[in-house]
Design a protein around this ligand. Structure first.
Ligand SMILES: C[S@@+](CC[C@H](N)C(=O)[O-])C[C@H]1O[C@@H](n2cnc3c(N)ncnc32)[C@H](O)[C@@H]1O
Length: 275
């Protein structure tokens, strides 16, 4: 007998099944949090065991979106950690002004809060019209919400304060219309955005990005997977391109740390060293 419980075994089998049948690869996510979320899914979706949940997901593909909502954490907010956006304005934007056109990748964009924050910042800094944004995620429901750009008005109070703290030049209300308790963000903010289903685990690099913003995603991956993703970012960046990650994340222990230098240490903004 090994120390593995039947439940641990069932979880590994479910993750293998998701990969082999649907090509969703959660096998190298941080195991403790995957386990916690699968047990929550089992309980709330009404199954007696993880095996029963696995069987339902394999035989009924309409179950898959339900399960993805548990396996992918959709917590986000606009201008989250305002000092990150302030650092972009003050220490990255001046470099971005020197390029004739720009490509920005928001990896793990969730419901679009990070995309709209960057689009507003780029408009305020006079960069939006020369930029193409790539907003990617593995959760189709989140991507659809990102394309709609509609958020509950009660969240917008926090977004407004974050925007102000980030050094916003105008009022956030200039960028949305209020409608039945919702804030509908201006379509022009996403006019130059390509939305795409893309997995950092299984899919290839995006070429020649000037900025990659991937915040609060690496934290869910184990060390090997974090290394793979950091290498993917290094491959995807143009010479001297910028990478921003979450406030609880760091490249310091990455196998690919030597491909980057710290640009703004306290806000986790790195720069690809010249190749
Ligand atoms: C906690 S949210 C972060 C949202 C936003 N970046 C932020 O910082 O507010 C994590 C996002 O990563 C996405 N995600 C998880 N695994 C992924 C993968 N393999 N490839 C791309 N996105 C992934 C989830 O679907 C979710 O939208």
């Amino acid at each position: 007998m090994t120390g593995e419980t039947v439940e641990d075994l069932e979880i590994q089998l479910l993750l293998d099944a998701l990969y082999r049948h649907y090509h969703y690869d959660f096998r190298h996510y941080a195991q403790a949090s995957i386990k916690r979320r699968l047990l929550q899914a089992r309980r709330q979706l009404g199954f007696d065991s993880i095996s029963a949940l696995q069987s339902a997901v394999l035989h009924d593909k309409t179950m898959l979106p339900n399960l993805l909502n548990y396996l992918t954490v959709q917590v986000s907010e606009m201008f989250r950690d305002p000092s990150y956006y302030r650092a972009l304005r003050e220490k990255v934007v001046p470099h971005l002004h020197t390029y004739p056109s720009l490509k920005v990748w928001i990896a793990g964009c969730s419901r679009g809060e990070e995309l709209y924050s960057l689009a507003i910042l780029f408009r305020e800094e006079g960069l939006l019209d020369k930029t193409i944004f790539y907003a990617t995620d593995i959760n189709p429901a989140a991507l659809k919400a990102a394309q709609a750009g509609i958020y509950p008005l009660d969240q917008v109070r926090l977004f407004t304060e974050n925007h102000r703290l980030s050094g916003g030049h105008s009022s956030l209300s200039d960028y949305y219309t209020a409608d039945y308790g919702r804030a509908v963000f201006d379509k022009s903010l996403r006019a130059r955005t390509v939305f795409s289903d893309h997995s950092l685990v299984t899919d290839a690099a995006f070429a020649e990005m000037h900025l990659i913003s991937c915040r609060n995603v690496l934290i869910y991956f184990d060390r090997d997977l974090q290394d793979r993703v950091v290498s993917l970012f290094a491959e995807s960046l143009a010479r001297q391109g910028f990478l921003g990650i979450g406030s609880k994340e760091s490249l310091r222990f990455s196998a690919h740390a030597d491909k980057f230098v710290e640009h703004v240490r306290e806000d986790r903004i790195y720069r690809r060293v010249a190749r």
